[in-house]
Design a protein around this ligand. Structure first.
Ligand SMILES: [Zn+2]
Length: 471
């Protein structure tokens, strides 16, 4: 409260001192801002609801990065620049609270809640997008360097804790010889953090939890990465399926890949983790995760009479069970790395996830793969490294291949003319594994490409755009 009062008092004082010459030519009131230590033009623009460009133009600044402490800047009046206010958005991560997000972006919980119509701050969900563009006056974002005023009774240690900065870094930045040498009213520079601080409320031994990409969508995949203070046994559950974790090389980081079933109703569902340490102590953590709509369409498919027998649910389910049995595996090795390639040099003729009605029935099935309309005999490429898990001739899928990419990620290739690989064979990204064809239930030569994650079919194209290992 005191800081805000001080801020406005300064603004009023500065306004009253402003030279009449400065105010000439402007309509209405002129605001002059005196640049404080640690301030940037961007922050000043945000604080006044204007743009960097507008301030630069009004003050004839040629270099917007070069402003001096004590410099006077005329703040242009007029309508608030809408583009500035829409600049900042934050996607909620597990364990984050409204207060932490406010602190990180230099705003208050009240402003955040009002801007985003948050009625109950305890009910943030993971993947929720918040407008964080409006700064509270005098509250710079945590990731920039900035100054704070020492309050009576405050210690440097408490300031460091409060702003998630290291005590040593603050002492260095302010040339303080001892942490005891501070006094109420003193301006302390909080140096810019090397990286965004962890502002998550997580129970020990959990020290980090990140989901990507967000928002999680129906029919698409996400990665859960857990960092623990010590080696643990970790299990998890989301939407009635287990999260299967694999340790990274450091022995404290664990990764699980998860595919959201394509008929999951959009909504918010709990994701639960259980960490068990070597001494047998268990810690449970649960977070609400939002699953957004995947944006899939509908289509009606007419199957000729000669192939109607293949619509028999018994035929369908037997074949599906055979495939799903392979796809439920979790090979500990991760063969894939980075973004996947495309399996064919051909256009996509039918995307994943489209809700389908066969011969006038209900829209109770979905397109389980991505179709590429290639000519018969065109090569099929492995999109990533892996191990061949199945080569078989099936009723619906025809000549069919499954590649195991490890850690619950599989790709599959249907309606092939030829296959060049055998079960157990290692394949590299880009290797030709067979050719496009028209075998099985197919109405013309095409590749039906599937990608399964943790036991369900998901959108493969997402894996050609997102790096699920690094990002
Ligand atoms: Zn298909």
């Amino acid at each position: 409260m005191r800081r805000r009062w001080l801020f406005w008092w300064c603004v009023i004082l500065v306004m009253s001192m402003a030279s009449p010459a400065l105010a000439q030519g402007s309509t209405g009131q002129t605001t002059v801002h005196v640049v404080q230590r640690g301030e940037t033009l961007y922050r000043i623009a945000l604080a006044y609801g204007t743009s960097v460009e507008a301030i630069a133009q009004t003050n004839s600044l040629s270099d917007v990065t070069n402003i001096q402490v004590g410099q006077r800047l005329i703040i242009p009046s007029g309508p608030v620049n809408a583009s500035v206010r829409t600049a900042g958005r934050h996607v909620v991560q597990p364990g984050e609270t409204l207060a932490h997000i406010a602190l990180r972006y230099g705003t208050t919980t009240e402003i955040l809640a009002a801007l985003n119509s948050v009625v109950n701050p305890a009910r943030l969900y993971v993947g929720q997008t918040l407008d964080v563009s409006q700064m509270a006056p005098g509250h710079p974002p945590l990731t920039n360097g900035y100054t704070v005023t020492v309050a009576p009774g405050e210690t440097l240690y408490r300031i460091a804790l409060r702003y998630h900065a290291s005590l040593n870094a603050i002492m260095r930045a302010n040339d303080l010889k001892s942490p005891a040498r501070i006094f109420p009213g003193q301006q302390i520079l909080i140096p810019a953090a090397a990286e965004a601080p962890a502002l998550q409320v997580l129970p020990a031994p959990l020290v980090g939890l990140a989901l990507a990409p967000l928002p999680v969508e129906v029919g698409r995949s996400f990665r859960v990465r857990v960092v623990s203070a010590e080696p643990v046994t970790i299990s998890g559950e989301f939407l009635d399926r287990d999260l299967v974790f694999f340790p990274e090389a450091d022995g404290r980081t664990y990764t699980a890949f998860y595919g959201v079933y394509a008929f999951t109703p959009p909504g918010t569902y709990p994701l639960t983790l259980t960490l068990t340490t070597g001494d047998g102590a268990s810690t449970m953590f649960s977070t609400e995760l939002r699953v957004a709509d995947g944006g899939y369409g509908n289509e009606t498919i007419t199957v000729p009479e000669s192939q109607e027998a293949l619509l028999d649910p018994a035929v369908n389910s037997a074949e599906h069970e055979l495939i799903a049995g392979v796809m439920r595996g979790h090979t500990p090795e991760r063969y894939f790395d980075g973004v996947m390639g495309l399996p064919a040099a051909a256009p996509v003729t039918s995307p994943f996830g489209t809700r389908r009605s066969y011969n006038g029935g209900a829209y109770d099935r979905f397109h389980t793969g991505t179709d590429f309309g290639g000519p018969p005999g065109a090569p099929i490429y492995a999109p990533a490294a892996g191990r061949v898990a199945l080569v078989d001739t099936l009723n619906i899928y025809g000549l069919f291949t499954i590649i195991d990419h490890g850690q619950g990620v599989f790709t599959a290739y249907a309606h092939q003319t030829e296959s060049y690989v055998q079960v157990g064979q290692q394949v590299e990204a880009g290797e030709v594994i067979g050719t496009i064809g028209n075998s099985g239930r197919s109405v013309g030569p095409h590749l039906h490409w599937e990608l399964w994650v943790n036991g369900v079919e998901t959108d493969a194209i997402q894996w050609t755009r997102v790096d699920f290992v690094a990002d």
